[in-house]
Design a protein around this ligand. Structure first.
Ligand SMILES: Cc1ncc(C[n+]2csc(CCOP(=O)(O)OP(=O)(O)O)c2C)c(N)n1
Ligand SMILES: [Mg+2]
Length: 477
């Protein structure tokens, strides 16, 4: 663990103070929601654990939305939460409430000084790609832990792998559907190597949204995104779909064709621990040379047609292809999804299954810390709506304090998608108040030179893009 996203309070103070001087970076957020979303962004880009820390009661209730978000999107967020002393639990003590509300997946209440709680929470969170709560009462810190050799305990479960004999690939028109489960516990550097393996398969490969870029969408046998915002034709034409790592949500297997698709799907349970294991798995498949899809015929790419999509397109075209683009929730998410060609894993990070506004800014901060800690050499770009940006805007203080190089774009359409119009504060003055460089864009052709300048420097920029509203294309239902 290299970085923790936290906010202090009485019931967690003991632990909070210990982090100082421990070698772990303690990033103090300005709202616990920020801590949760940062931990989520950190977990997604590093494919490791993202840790957030909050006090009991209000500190923890503020974590609810980010933890639900991590649960829905299968992100390894470990939430360490405080609790009053054990003798006061259930006795209406200050800030004392039942803490189970964070256990969307699982929670550990640490009722004795046993290191196994920590180890189990850690392993659970990492190998099952789900958020886990570790709830620690304040008096526990006074007790001594006897066996503290933590390395002896860390043993990532071996209960993974696959049985290749069961995979039947004898079909005329097979199609691989890849979901983010394929990342297993690989490092980001190994995630980048999957592309090479998949390119050699000579069989069409489709992906879910979270897995986009696992194989570059510029490659011939990559169909790209399928489902609600992607291609459906290939899924329908295939006579067998081999699913590796997709939960087959309604975003991928949409309602109207769901049953048909489920009937021809074979699910392979694969959680690779290293790239060698993944390579072996694919090498052992008895695949015929079977690239039966003409990708260009099947895939009609969306092209920008109005002011909003034009400006988003201009941003995408001017940042490096492999920049990690984090979005918030709204129209800008859909336009980004439709316009971006993904070439690396996690090219777009979004709140896919929970659609949580307020995710973007803090998640992009978490992603940035992840790239720093794990030497992932990628630019980080946030594309947010004006509504969502204002939801966690206080985290600009973290961007400012750490001088994080993030290109933060606010699409100012003065509206919440199609719901209603909104009035906005002066975002540029807000950036000034936080001591962050900023610019204001009215026309699409002003974007390119601003981004070129930004890329030469090593500090954050808030780019406020005034835009007209634009209707979204209809999704595949
Ligand atoms: C926390 C939360 N509240 C409400 C919604 C419902 N909702 C979805 S998109 C949206 C509007 C987003 O507006 P904005 O951030 O300005 O992005 P835009 O659509 O304008 O690009 C709303 C209110 C949500 N997804 N999340
Ligand atoms: Mg808006």
């Amino acid at each position: 663990m290299k970085t923790v996203f936290s906010y202090p309070g009485e019931q967690i103070a003991e632990l909070y103070n210990e982090i100082e001087g421990s070698g772990i970076k303690n990033v103090m957020v300005r709202d616990e929601r920020g801590a949760g979303f940062m931990a989520d962004g950190y977990a997604r880009i590093t494919n490791y654990l993202g840790v957030c820390l909050a006090t009991a009661g209000p500190g923890s209730t503020n974590l609810t939305t980010p933890i639900a978000n991590a649960y829905k999107d299968n992100s390894s967020v470990l939430a360490i939460t405080g609790r009053c002393q054990r003798k006061y639990i259930g006795k209406n003590y200050f800030q004392e409430i039942n803490m189970d509300f964070l256990n969307f997946y699982k929670g550990y209440f640490v009722d004795k000084a046993d290191i196994n709680y920590v180890v189990n929470a850690f392993n659970d969170c990492l190998t099952n790609k789900k958020p886990v709560q570790l709830n620690i009462p304040a008096d526990l810190y006074k007790e001594e832990v006897k066996d503290i050799n933590i390395d002896a305990y860390i043993n990532i479960s071996d209960d993974v792998g696959y049985d290749v004999n069961n995979v039947d690939v004898a079909a005329k028109k097979p199609l691989f559907l890849i979901g983010q489960g394929i990342f297993g516990t690989l490092s980001y550097k190994d995630m980048l190597k999957i592309s090479k393996i998949l390119k050699e398969l000579n069989c069409p490969i489709a992906t879910t949204f979270p897995a986009r870029g696992v194989i570059s969408e510029e490659v011939d046998n990559c169909i790209g995104l399928v489902g609600r915002r992607g291609d459906l034709k290939s899924l329908l034409e295939a006579d067998k779909i081999i699913n590796i790592g997709s939960s087959l949500s309604y975003n991928t297997y949409v309602e109207s064709v769901r049953e048909k698709l489920l009937n021809k799907t074979e699910n392979i349970h694969l959680k690779p621990k290293n790239i060698k294991e993944l390579k072996e798995f694919f090498e052992n498949l008895d695949l015929k040379n079977n690239n039966w899809i003409n990708k260009n015929k099947n895939n009609k790419k969306f092209s920008p047609s109005g002011d909003y999509s034009n400006k988003i397109n201009e941003i995408i075209e001017n940042v490096p292809k492999d920049a990690i683009i984090v979005t918030d929730a709204g129209k800008h998410t859909v336009f980004t999804c439709l316009l971006k060609t993904c070439v690396v894993p996690r090219n777009i990070i979004s709140s896919h299954s929970f659609g949580s506004m307020g995710f973007g800014l803090p998640a992009s901060i978490g992603v940035k810390f992840g790239t720093i800690d794990f030497n992932i050499d990628k630019e980080v770009v946030l594309i947010s709506g004006d509504g969502g940006f204002l939801m966690n805007i206080e985290e600009l203080q973290v961007v400012s304090e750490y001088g994080l190089k993030i290109l933060m774009v606010v699409m100012k359409n003065n509206g919440l998608a199609e719901f209603c119009k909104i009035k906005n504060p002066n975002f540029n003055k807000i950036a000034d108040a936080f001591g962050i460089d900023n610019c204001y864009i009215e026309k699409a052709d002003e974007i390119s030179s601003e981004i070129k300048n930004y890329l030469k420097k090593n500090k954050p920029l808030l780019m406020v893009v005034e835009t007209e509203n634009e209707p979204l294309p209809k999704p595949n239902m």
